[in-house]
Design a protein around this ligand. Structure first.
Ligand SMILES: [Zn+2]
Length: 297
């Protein structure tokens, strides 16, 4: 069973008009990435995986029409928001898609949207990007949300580490913040995206001490030195077992992340570096996140 715990919503339903096509080189440090995609392209990219969590990112209440990561989602019409789109994908592909909600702790309607997303829209967890959403993850409002999530046993995927968005405060995406949350909410399941890159050591420090805190491997392989360093540190600290498979589609595909993991030791051979055992890499690819996060699907 391969579970991709980190995919973003496709931006368009059937086709991307030429005027809408958006590409950027900043995400993969030089390689051009297509940020606008159709549902078909998304589902095609998911072929190598059995299940995928999908989510948008809830906007800042002060600027509800601003898209926080990537281009605006063209499916947000007739009052549909990012949570509705995640649910629509689940309805179309119930065998594969697991919808996650996204909320903003400072949104006055947050609790109503929480109820709607978890009851009507069948969302099984939540994505938060406190840096993109510009909220303090240690604020009272955020803690009220964690309290509900822990009580209802819904996992959180936190964007962690750096990002190319200049108006997204890095201090809200630092793994050491999660330590404070996990101390207060020891049963709350949390996934730190991108191994907290480039703060791998801080991510390790947090996940090794908290039973319910995990890391996701997405978007690492295309910076091979950083990837190897991070993985070697995770190995030495005995926490490879806390890593879940993820792609961060459309920034990178499940296929490329799987290949990148399987090729990691080609890099070590080439530069005569210490290896990371292949069996551990294969375990990351096949780790059953649904069981770990107690998601029934
Ligand atoms: Zn992402």
């Amino acid at each position: 069973m391969i579970v991709d715990v980190h995919t973003h919503l496709p931006t368009h339903e059937h086709n991307v008009p030429k005027k809408d096509i958006k590409k950027d080189k900043i995400y993969q440090s030089g390689k051009e990435i297509k940020l606008t995609n159709t549902i078909d392209e998304y589902i095609k990219a998911l072929e190598p995986v059995d299940k995928a969590f999908v989510f948008g990112i809830a906007p800042r209440p002060s600027d509800p029409n601003k898209s926080l990561v990537g281009p605006k989602n063209e499916m947000e019409i007739n009052g549909k928001n990012h949570n509705d789109i995640a649910y629509d994908l689940y309805k179309k592909f119930p065998e594969k898609i697991i919808p996650f909600m996204s909320l903003h702790p400072f949104d006055p309607n947050m609790n109503d949207e929480y109820d709607r997303a978890t009851v009507n829209l069948k969302c099984k967890g939540i994505k938060l990007g406190a840096n993109y959403q510009n909220f303090d993850p240690l604020s009272k409002e955020a803690f009220n949300l964690y309290h509900r999530l822990q009580k209802d046993n819904f996992p959180i995927i936190f964007h962690q580490g750096t990002s190319p968005m200049s108006d997204a405060p890095l201090k809200f995406a630092h793994p050491l913040i999660i330590d404070e949350i996990a101390i207060k909410f020891p049963k709350l399941k949390m996934i730190l995206a991108h191994l907290g890159h480039p703060w791998h050591t801080d991510c390790i420090s947090v996940i090794r001490k908290h039973e319910n805190v995990w890391a996701d491997i997405s978007a690492q392989f295309y910076r091979p030195w950083s990837f190897w360093n991070g993985m070697r540190l995770f190995y030495e600290w005995g926490v490879l077992k806390k890593i879940l498979f993820a792609s961060d589609w459309p920034i990178s595909s499940p296929k490329d992340n799987i290949t990148g993991l399987r090729n990691l030791n080609k890099f070590t051979d080439k530069y005569n570096l210490p290896k990371i055992p292949d069996i551990d890499l294969e375990e990351i690819i096949n780790r059953n996140a649904l069981e770990i996060l107690e998601i029934n699907q």
